[in-house]
Design a protein around this ligand. Structure first.
Ligand code: GAP
Length: 421
């Protein structure tokens, strides 16, 4: 068993001129994503639109699991975090005040090119307002600072969290999900007293690394980079990038920024300490995570190939709580009604009701079904055969080892529950 990524890594980074293996791996991931219904090129039948992708059934499930896991850890399990879901369309003045109209730019032919996507809001000529699709979810949170303080009376430190789409008119969208024009972010704005910023910067640095590991990204490929003064965004006094060794190079996965009081000051927002009645502008530590880059890093971390019965098989070694499908249920033969009925009524329906992420797979022979489920990353395949009809046991086949166990049907739910914890 080998991870093709591990094998190719040395070759890729020994010289810059050896991209073959890297291209091959990315090609395999991209075609698996299409073949198995994870990710498709955006507007494909019209020749595509660069930097956009459409998500299929298993891709949506994977993204949802990542987002839910993130929300559970950073919002639901804490008492100092307030969730938001703010409008993507915002008043153009937000982007003026936030400094994005002047500074959110990349260099194009030696000139500054603003990468915000410009929009016109309103129908009648005199009412049309110019704005931009948000290039970060962060500003939706900053402009709601007063609403959150008035509604919940939080004490410092506290945070706001949001998951949502962001848009950038990237000059060169590339590398599959890595650099898109429409993508998704999971962001936290954590408000602290000025003197505490270093303490909380360190704290969030640890949280980012822990969560990255928790969802199953290969930590051997994750590196921290202190971003230089010249490369930091206009709002940041200190930025740490969490980079990943993608086949196309070591590049940003997630980020952590000390945004100071830059944003609240620009929006003219402040905070009154309820005990001391002192008015202050809190400082902000911002951990930010790209959903799409998390998916890409996860695909690259979990893609393995090995040999089974003289055949090469590819599989995605997702953790069961992140996998788009927890288990597939199959009758050994799809033309034997007693097997189909048992598999459906006594196995599929109850497991589906309990876990949701359960699929029915009776297409092709068992070997083909296993190969398909391996590529989807399904940890368990459950097969109902003729023995099942007499002893109420089923075969549970493990994705990673290929080993099979007989399990009592009445114990299946608990068996799976234990595995997905
Ligand atoms: N609010 C801070 C902010 O937006 P950023 O580093 O520009 O910071 C945050 O973006 C995260 O969003 C990145 O770490 C990355 O994961 C993701 N991201 C940024 N641009 C992207 C793009 N063009 N395509 C996909 N993901 C992107």
């Amino acid at each position: 068993m080998f991870n093709i990524f591990e094998v190719s890594a040395n070759i890729v980074y020994m010289t810059d001129s050896e991209p073959k293996d890297a291209d091959e791996l990315m090609g395999k991931i991209v075609s698996l994503c299409k073949r198995r219904g994870f990710v498709f090129q955006g507007s494909e039948i019209y020749g595509g639109l660069a930097g956009t992708y459409d998500w299929g059934h298993f891709g949506v499930a994977l993204k949802n699991n990542i987002k839910q896991n993130w929300w559970k850890r950073f919002v639901d399990s804490r008492k100092d975090m307030y969730g938001l879901d703010t409008a993507i369309l915002m008043n153009g003045k937000v982007w003026e005040a936030a400094g994005h109209v002047a500074n959110f730019a990349d260099s194009l032919d030696g000139k500054k090119f603003n990468t915000m996507l410009k929009i016109q809001v309103g129908a009648k000529k005199e009412e049309v307002a110019i704005s931009y699709l948000r290039p970060e979810t962060a500003q939706g949170m900053f402009v709601n600072f007063k609403n959150i303080v008035d509604a919940f009376h939080p004490k410092l430190p506290f945070g706001m969290a949001q998951v949502g789409k962001a848009f950038r008119n990237e000059i060169a969208p590339r590398d599959f999900l890595f650099r898109q024009r429409e993508f998704e972010q999971m962001e936290i704005e954590y408000f602290v007293k000025k003197g505490d910023w270093e303490k909380y910067f360190e704290y969030w640095r640890g949280e980012i690394l822990e969560w990255t590991e928790e969802i199953g990204i290969n930590m051997g490929k994750v590196y921290e980079l202190e971003v230089s003064d010249a490369d930091r965004a206009h709002y940041s006094k200190r930025t740490m990038d969490f980079e990943f060794d993608y086949p196309f190079g070591r590049k940003e996965l997630f980020g952590l920024a000390y945004r100071t009081d830059f944003d609240l000051k620009n929006h003219q927002l402040d905070y009154t300490d309820e005990e001391s009645a002192e008015k202050i502008i809190p400082h902000v530590i911002e951990p930010t995570f790209g959903v799409d880059r998390a998916v890409l890093a996860l695909l690259l971390s979990t893609y393995f190939e090995d040999e089974k019965n003289g055949e090469t098989r590819a599989y995605l070694k997702f953790k069961p709580n992140i996998a788009p499908v927890i288990c597939a249920v199959s009758p050994l033969l799809k033309n034997k009604s007693e097997l189909v009925e048992y598999a459906n009524m006594k196995v599929f329906v109850p497991l589906k009701a309990e876990f949701g992420r359960v699929i029915w797979d009776d297409n092709g022979n068992i070997g083909k079904r296993y190969r398909r489920q391996d590529e989807i990353g399904t940890p368990f395949c459950i097969v109902v055969d003729f023995d099942t009809l007499t002893d109420d046991t089923v075969t549970v086949r493990d994705r990673d080892t290929g080993e099979q166990e007989r399990i009592k049907v009445k114990n299946l739910k608990n068996y799976i529950k234990e595995k997905i914890q």
